[in-house]
Write a protein that binds this ligand. Structure first.
Ligand SMILES: [Zn+2]
Length: 321
């Protein structure tokens, strides 16, 4: 109690504040999302996300080399294919945009290549799976997910990250990988992925807006957080090696609860809307640039081991400078 105890003693000196900090940002825990557009030449900016681009197949090698030189330790790939159809068949084409890109990346990038795995960028209707009678058919969709995973592993992906929120997707992918000789490839599962409005800018970036309906039949209800523990628990039992909470900022409570319940590595995904809010506010001078550090810090403090963020590239390059 006061006056013996004075908590400010640890705060007067900047060096002591540093010494007693309870959490810190480790740059090798930051993952940079990368959009690859099969029909694009060069790169194209994303209006709502200042500093973030889609890359064509001709420019992805150079960009990857740049990330490698910066020391970005992992990238998460999203593909925008030239061809889309009802069944999303370009997603498991061995010559698909991601499959071809991984081969280019392998020659230019020494970090970890994580592939997002879903069908919404590949289907003509923009849904995350195969539609039957107007709804996504869970069981045929997870079978397709298994096929996609094998082609990604064959192309050289280091980690497979299913984001479709189908029931049983981790098990289906684990089985497909194992029966094709890829027992050693980890699965990072988007376990607690919410039906959030914060994905808006991403859908512009990845060209994946559903042509009818929404994603509320598979993504989680933002009002729930006990259910998130059930989702994570099932993914662990199905063989997930890393689990994820997405988005990060509005769901830090979910992250903290997951940290208390589970011992495996937990990733958080700071989605496009989070980036857009903060980056645009900083650009306009409404917030100081250092707010980005506070934002990233909040996610690690809440319990994340790994943070997927569009700020990864700029943050790491600022630290290196
Ligand atoms: Zn999807």
């Amino acid at each position: 109690m006061f006056p013996e105890t004075r908590l400010r003693r640890n705060r007067y000196d900047r060096r002591i504040r540093e010494l007693t900090a309870e959490s810190r940002i480790l740059t090798d825990r930051l993952v940079m999302p990368v959009f690859i557009d099969e029909s694009l030449k060069g790169r194209k900016g994303i209006d709502s996300m200042p500093g973030i681009y889609r890359y064509g197949m001709d420019s992805i090698g150079d960009y990857a080399r740049h990330l490698d030189e910066l020391g970005i330790s992992a990238i998460l790939l999203f593909g925008i294919p030239e061809d889309k159809d009802e069944l999303g068949s370009s997603s498991y084409d061995p010559d698909g945009v991601i499959q071809k890109s991984i081969k280019i990346l392998k020659e230019n990038y020494s970090g970890i290549i994580i592939t997002d795995l879903c069908m919404c960028e590949y289907t003509s209707h923009g849904h995350c799976g195969i539609i039957r009678n107007g709804v996504i058919d869970n069981d045929s969709t997870i079978e397709a997910y298994g096929k996609i995973a094998v082609t990604y592993a064959e192309s050289g992906a280091d980690i497979i990250a299913p984001s479709g929120m189908m029931d049983g997707q981790v098990r289906a992918i684990r089985n497909a990988l194992d029966t094709n000789g890829f027992q050693e490839i980890p699965i990072m599962s988007y376990s607690a992925k919410y039906a959030s409005l914060l994905y808006g800018p991403f859908r512009e970036a990845a060209d994946s807006k559903p042509s009818f309906g929404d994603r509320k039949t598979h993504q989680m209800n933002p009002r729930n957080y006990r259910e998130a523990m059930r989702e994570i628990d099932l993914d662990v039992k199905e063989g997930a090696d890393i689990v994820m909470v997405k988005p990060a900022l509005f769901y830090l409570d979910v992250l903290t609860r997951a940290r208390q319940f589970f011992d495996l590595p937990i990733a958080a995904y700071g989605v496009s809307g989070e980036y857009s809010m903060i980056a645009n506010a900083v650009d306009k001078g409404l917030l100081q640039k250092e707010v980005i550090d506070e934002y990233i810090q909040s996610v690690f403090r809440a319990g994340a081991d790994i943070f997927i963020t569009y700020f990864a590239e700029s943050y790491v390059s600022n630290v290196k400078r």
